[in-house]
Every structure is written in structure tokens, then in C-alpha cells.
Design a protein around this ligand. Structure first.
Ligand code: GYE
Length: 317
């Protein structure tokens, strides 16, 4: 893993020279530490970042942390040692960043958070945070459920597949969904466990849920991939996803949208991975010493099965 990270980052060592600031010419050098490759969302996000860096003429040093905070901290320290111009990263979990962010600040390298937030009290440790409102995504998912089940007498038994433990999207989506379903006591979360945002783990945990409970009405999965894994488990158990069990997910990547259009998922709250162009703009502004908003929120929507059928032909990811 470390070896892979070094390969991804050594390219900057040769040309950074003594003057610091990366490439030796005017090209901006951006060190980016990605979470991993856990989901369709992440793949689309990586592609967006790589393509828009190339388009903007930014020299991108890309490191994949394989869902491990320790790898991200090492990658950021590497970027500091290389004296890149700007560091951006998508923090795998929310806590534990103050020390390394302080190191970047002391080295006078601006940091941009993308996609996921940190829980640092000191907001001077980063320039800006660009990404979605995960609480809202959870709330919209819960509100749809409350409305969809308005005429049901209950109890409505829900199982929840959480994202990576300690990550901002897992914490916030859980919170938003919980707040929305609190509108009616008939909604009950009977089991809730992490599926680490992956298809394989989503399937495995759903199998365990199905074994432990024969009365599941609803699945709320914090991303499409876990929902898609769970669908395999539901079908293997002889049940019909989208009918016997109502399924709500978040992201709206192509495979999720296809399952929604096919009737296997019932509702998706969108989370856009196309953060690249806006990120590169922020990188340029921050590098030029311009002031940027502290928070840039991504615009998003939601999809029902009918809306997915309409949107699919022109979907970008
Ligand atoms: O929803 C999930 C991915 O941080 C918004 O991470 C991102 C989440 C996304 O693995 O699919």
C-alpha cells in the first residue's frame, strides 16, 4: 500500500527543485488524497477530479488511501515534504485531522476539503469545504418514506446499512433519516450496521439481517452500492426487492439508477460525485491568494422510479 502511494507521489520529487512550489514553472501542483475505490460514486469522483485537473492544466499528484486514515495522513505528509502548491483531500473519517492539518498550515500549504468534512474546531486549518449536504440527503430519504407509508398502520420495520463508520456521510445520513422518520413512532429501525459503502459488505450484512429478522419492511442503505449488494441477498432469500422490501439508497450512480428504473429500488437521493471542475476552480483561486467561500454545497435532487427511467439515457455517471 505504502509502495503504491509512493509511486503515485514520487513524480513530484524530481522536478520540484529547491524553490518549492512544485513544477518549477507556473503550473500549479495539487496533491490529492482520495478515500479509495469503494463504490461507483468514488470511481466517478476520481474520474471527475483527474479529468478536470488535466483540463485546467493542473499537475495532479493522486494518492489512493484504500479507506484508511493512516494512509491519508502519510499521503498528506508526503505532499507537504514535496512542497506541493495546494493539498486537497476527502477525509475518510471525520475526526483526528488536527495534527496533520496543522503541519500543512505551518508549511503554508493551503488545504481544501472535498466531499467529506472534518470535525476540527479550528476552521483556519482549511480554506474551504466543497461537497454535499449529507444530512439533507438522509432527511429527504426519510421524508419520502414517511409519505409513502402514510396510510400504513405500522409498525414499519426498517434495517439500515450504514456507510464507513465515523465518516461524515454515514454520520449525517443516519442523523437526517432518523430525524425525518421520528415524525411517526410507527417507524422503527430494528437493525443498523456498517456495510462500509461496498457492494460485497452490503450483501453480507443484508444476509445476516434477513437471517435474524423475517419481518423487514424497508431497507435504508447509505449508498447505492450497498443497496445493490443487499438486493442480491434479498433475491437469494426468495424475496422481491422493491416489493417485499422497500429500498431507499443514496448517490444515484448509473447502476443504482438502473435498479431504480427496473423497480428493484424505490427511491434514491442524489449525491453528485462530479466535484472536479469546481474543485480546480477553488484550487486556482486559493493558489492566487483570492478569498473563497468557507463552504460550497453541491446541488442535488432525488429520483423516483419514473424519474429514473427519464433521467437514465442522459445520465453522465
Ligand atoms: O455516497 C459513497 C462513497 O463520501 C459522498 O462515499 C461520499 C460517499 C458516497 O463511498 O458511495
Amino acid at each position: 500500500m505504502i509502495a503504491a502511494m509512493m509511486v503515485a507521489t514520487t513524480a513530484a520529487c524530481g522536478d520540484s527543485g529547491a524553490e518549492g512550489g512544485g513544477g518549477g514553472d507556473d503550473q500549479i501542483v495539487l496533491g490529492f488524497s482520495q478515500v479509495g475505490a469503494e463504490s461507483g460514486w468514488r470511481t466517478a469522483n476520481t474520474k471527475s477530479i483527474q479529468e478536470s485537473a488535466a483540463e485546467a492544466g493542473i499537475d495532479l499528484k493522486f494518492a489512493d488511501a484504500q479507506q484508511k486514515q493512516e494512509n491519508q495522513i502519510k499521503a498528506i505528509r508526503n505532499f507537504i515534504a514535496q512542497r506541493v502548491d495546494v493539498i486537497a483531500f476527502s477525509p475518510v473519517v471525520e475526526s483526528g485531522w488536527d495534527t496533520v492539518l496543522k503541519e500543512a498550515k505551518d508549511a503554508e500549504i493551503p488545504v481544501i476539503l472535498t466531499d467529506r468534512a472534518v470535525d476540527s474546531q479550528d476552521e483556519t486549518l482549511y480554506e474551504t469545504f466543497i461537497g454535499s449536504d449529507f444530512v439533507l440527503e438522509g432527511r429527504l430519504s426519510g421524508e419520502w418514506l414517511v409519505e409513502e407509508f402514510a396510510d400504513e398502520s405500522g409498525p414499519v420495520r426498517i434495517v439500515e446499512l450504514q456507510g464507513t463508520t465515523g465518516s461524515a456521510p454515514a454520520n449525517d445520513r443516519k442523523q437526517g433519516f432518523g430525524e425525518a422518520i421520528a415524525a411517526d413512532p410507527k417507524f422503527e429501525i430494528i437493525a443498523s450496521q456498517t456495510g462500509e459503502f461496498t457492494r460485497a459488505k452490503g450483501k453480507e450484512v443484508m444476509e445476516a439481517f434477513l437471517q435474524a429478522h423475517d419481518d423487514i419492511d424497508v431497507l435504508f442503505a447509505h449508498n447505492d452500492d450497498m443497496g445493490l449488494g443487499a438486493i442480491e441477498a434479498i433475491e437469494a432469500a426468495g424475496l422481491v426487492p422493491g416489493q417485499d422490501i422497500t429500498i431507499i439508497t443514496i448517490d444515484a450512480v448509473r447502476d443504482g439508477m438502473q435498479a431504480l428504473a427496473d423497480g428493484k429500488i424505490n427511491f434514491i437521493a442524489e449525491c453528485s460525485p462530479l466535484l472536479g471542475p469546481q474543485l480546480m476552480e477553488l484550487v486556482e483561486q486559493v493558489h492566487a491568494g483570492e478569498s473563497v467561500p468557507k463552504r460550497v454545497v453541491t446541488e442535488e435532487t432525488t429520483f423516483t422510479q419514473e424519474q429514473a427511467k427519464e433521467a437514465l439515457p442522459t445520465r453522465e455517471y
